[in-house]
Each structure stands twice: as structure tokens, then as C-alpha cells.
Design a protein around this ligand. Sequence first.
Ligand SMILES: [Zn+2]
Length: 158
Amino acid sequence: MKGAVRDFRLHDASGSQLFSLIVNRDSLLFYFRPPAVRSGRFSLRDLERSFEEVRENNSGEWTVRITNLESARRLWAYIVAMSEFLSGDGDTTQIGYVNSNNQRCQGHRGYPGNDHLQKAYRMECLNEDCGNTYGANGSDVFQRKCPRCQGGAPGIEF
Ligand SMILES: [Zn+2]
């Protein structure tokens, strides 16, 4: 960690620091800071699927080691994509809401669901060994079951 270490920070509208970045000689270590982790907007599972070295540290931060430009671009694209999701109006369609089946709402991008006047939400199964992501109508979020590990209905486009 000695040497040319620079530190950079990104904040959300309320001033919370969401991310930081440590520049090492051969790689970058990108941090999802606790406000980003707690937001429910991002997923450790998503990161583990896309990057080789992903860790959760004792401070409740997630770290992603970036070793080349391609992975830096991929990480930034993920953050931008997830930032496009919006919470719904109700309590059970807020980003980060987790229903009694351990399914987390990650918001919608304005795409219609397949039920009357519904929007399609991105859902993430938080069950260990699953981590499935799928789409669900907003009206179903509060009781949705995972299509992969709980026998829930097939996911919809989101
Ligand atoms: Zn599942």
C-alpha cells in the first residue's frame, strides 16, 4: 500500500460517500462503501459473477479488484446500469425492500410488467447458493417467490 496511492470518492445527492478507489501499482481496488452496500441497489452476487476478486471486509464494505481497462469499464457500466433503477410508490416496491421469502426489490426502469398498469421490477433472490435475478410485477413484489429455488412463477422481462 506504500507509494503512489491516490484516493478518490463519489458521493450521492445527500453527501454520503458511496464509492472510493485506491490506486495500487498493478491494480485498482474499488470500494462499495457502506451507504452503497446498504442502499440495496447493488448486489454482491452480481459482482461475484462478473469479477474475479470480490470481497466483503470487516467494515461491511465490498471491494472489487480491477486489473485492466476492460474490467474497469465493466464495473462502471454495472454501476451506471443499476443507478437507472427507480423505487416504486409503495413501501414494498422501494429499492432494498426484502419480502418474507428473502427476495429483494431492486427497482424498475419504467418497463411495463405483464399485469394491468404494473411496472416490471428487478428482483434478487438472497437465499444462499441461489442469487437468481428475475423480473416481477410491482404488485407481486411483496409475496414473490424465486423461480429457481422456491418454485415461484417464471420471471418477466424487466
Ligand atoms: Zn432463489
